[in-house]
Design a binder for this molecule. Structure first.
Ligand SMILES: [Cu+2]
Length: 609
């Protein structure tokens, strides 16, 4: 830690080479404000040989500058525009004085090319060049980023668009890539230190800042008694995000809200927006007031079109939507952080300089009983739980007042000790298989987790317009593998919020846990149970899996899935990619804390079964 600060200070002093770089030079052409949209003529990186140089650059947002880790000097990194069926060689030069890596997120590549240090390759040493080479076997919207340390937080990410070999089933006149991210002037290691000291650090910091308690915020409606009850449960009903806008500036294509990245359109055009959530710690809610969005692909793969007004995008997910603005006016693109502490903002307009109203941040959401893992709770089976004494225990309860009321009536609940109210032990080990280690790293176990694929995500239950749910997603093409799964693997998403400990099955990766093993071509069902009260975007490398959402045969294929608090999310997987693959939460600091496993698919080619 100390060493790292010293070294960074040195770098800052010695970074003469980039000092003269103008602000506009830092953005790739497609991300410069006023991009007319992507056209083949625009400078992006294409072809069979692509060169990327990873290094330090100055980055400026909101009038402040800091050092970023960039590729080819720009943040976000250059757009890689590839073609299905081509072969690509990516020459990656590391000019940093620390190891780096690039992971091609969502791309189906041989595992040695997947770019996870310590899992699939040794990493790219300082002052060396690594050659990635693989065939492009898919099309759609993807991205690439560092898988080394916390470099992703410093700007090491960029978009990938792969054009299909055949005709695109999605018709559009123009397109814009929308890279969402979160930027902080704190060094990412400082984030970790602060979160370790106090899990709710950034949340509480925000609440004590004068003027940030907005009208309609849940605390306003809560009585002192309710607040005390939440405190007694050692939970915070508004503890939705670990790091908030008090620390982050939310970026769209590298631009802060004031810089207002603007994408152009002509009224009447069908505009394809390719959303990529490249943020490290921020789940966004996306809407364009006045403009319905038709979702046409999820995680790069085509889905049956579904028209909505808002969608939640977890870290590392991608969504393509079509919008059809017909009027000669501007629209504001709002990327509100899940905790509603801040937003990324951009504009779609017929001409530069046009703006539309920016809606105020909506009141912060609060956790419901479902979020607390009690969505499927049956009153009858809970001895000692008198329904009348639990006025808030309505399964469909969504309002802040109801959830707060429920919390108050459960004031006797204690995470740490066993059974202070009959049946209400929040660390009831009978709810988890013996493989789950319920130690200090697990502060809660979902008592009655439920399928939440029909839920729109935290705070979006009552927004008064159409919000995408996973249940709305259906693959455009039939699922290729019709075999039913032959076994089920249950994985618990576990944590101790207060101590910022995150793990799978109660064991963090550094504890030397065994890999999850799949037979090559095995058909397996994976059930993710979120025992925590946060949403975790879970990513499996090297594969697409089918999210079991009721549309048997047309399940949407994804590489990353948002698992809502208290949810049980099921996916079916054909383990057809031999090798060692990373499997982790895509909240960077959760992964860093240990919410990470290796998935091993064997036998390898030529290896005896
Ligand atoms: Cu997580």
């Amino acid at each position: 830690m100390h060493h790292l600060i010293e070294r960074r200070a040195l770098l800052r002093g010695g970074a003469i080479g980039v000092a003269g770089l103008g602000l506009s030079g830092l953005f790739p052409a497609w991300a410069q404000s006023g991009s007319a949209g992507l056209a083949p003529a625009m400078p992006t990186l294409s072809g069979d040989d692509i060169r990327l140089t990873i290094g330090q650059s100055d980055f400026t947002v909101g009038g402040r500058s800091a050092h970023a880790i960039t590729m080819n000097g720009v943040l976000p990194a250059p757009l890689l525009r590839l073609k299905e069926g081509q072969n690509v060689r990516l020459h990656v030069q590391n000019t940093l004085d620390e190891d780096t890596s690039i992971h091609w997120h969502g791309l189906i590549v041989p595992f040695q090319m997947d770019g996870v240090p310590g899992v699939s390759f040794p990493g790219i040493k300082p002052k060396t060049t690594f050659l990635y080479e693989f065939p492009i076997r898919q099309s759609g919207t993807y991205w690439y980023h560092s898988h080394s340390g916390l470099q992703e937080q410093l700007g090491h990410y960029g978009p990938i668009v792969i054009d299909p070999a055949d005709a695109d089933p999605v018709a559009y006149d123009r397109e814009h890539v929308i890279v969402l991210s979160d930027w902080t002037f704190l060094h990412p290691h400082q984030l970790v230190v602060k979160l370790k000291q106090e899990g709710g650090y950034f949340n509480r910091q925000k609440q004590t800042l004068a003027g940030l308690l907005r009208k309609g915020d849940p605390e306003e409606a809560m009585s002192l008694a309710d607040r005390l009850m939440w405190g007694k449960m050692r939970m915070d009903p508004t503890d939705i995000a670990d790091v908030t806008a008090s620390t982050y500036t939310y970026l769209i294509n590298g631009h802060g809200p004031k810089e207002n990245w603007t994408g152009l359109f002509r009224p009447g055009e069908r505009v394809r927006l390719r959303f990529i959530n490249a943020a490290t710690m921020t789940i966004f809610n996306i809407r364009i007031p006045g403009l319905p969005m038709t979702v046409v692909s999820a995680d790069g793969l085509n889905v049956r079109p579904v028209t909505i007004d808002e969608f939640q995008i977890g870290n590392a997910e991608t969504y393509d939507v079509i919008v059809e603005p017909t009027e000669d006016r501007a629209f504001t693109l709002v990327a509100e952080s899940i905790d509603r502490s801040g937003m990324g903002r951009a504009t779609l307009a017929p001409r530069l300089g046009m703006t539309a109203a920016v809606p105020p941040l909506r009141p912060r959401p609060t956790l419901t009983m479902k979020d607390m893992g009690m969505g499927g709770m049956d009153h009858g089976s809970m001895p000692g739980m008198d329904q009348n004494s639990m006025p808030g225990m309505d399964h469909s309860a969504h309002s802040a007042a109801t959830a707060a009321g429920a919390a108050a009536s459960m004031g006797g609940m204690d995470h740490g000790s066993s059974g202070s109210m009959a049946g209400m032990n929040m660390r009831d080990k009978s709810k988890v298989p013996p493989t789950v280690k319920v130690g200090v790293g697990v502060d809660s176990i979902a008592m009655a987790p439920v399928d939440r694929t029909g839920d729109p995500g935290l705070g979006l239950e009552d927004v008064g317009h159409r919000v995408l749910t996973y249940r709305d997603l259906m693959s455009l093409t039939p699922n290729p593998d019709k075999r039913p799964p032959t076994r089920t693997v249950e994985v618990h998403l576990t944590g101790n919020m207060e101590r910022f400990m995150w793990s799978f099955d109660g064991e963090k990766f550094s504890e030397g846990v065994e890999p999850i093993r799949f037979e090559l071509n095995e058909r397996v069902r994976v059930v993710l149970i979120n025992d925590s009260m946060m949403t975790h975007p879970i990513h499996l490398h090297g594969h697409f899996f089918e999210v079991v959402n009721g549309h048997t045969g047309s399940h949407p294929l994804k590489h990353t899935v948002n698992v809502l608090p208290g949810a049980k999310l099921t996916f079916d997987l054909t383990a057809d990619a031999p090798g060692d693959w990373a499997f982790h939460c895509h909240l960077l600091l959760h992964m860093h804390a240990g919410m990470f496993r290796v998935v091993t698919v064997r036998p390898l080619q030529g290896e005896a079964a």
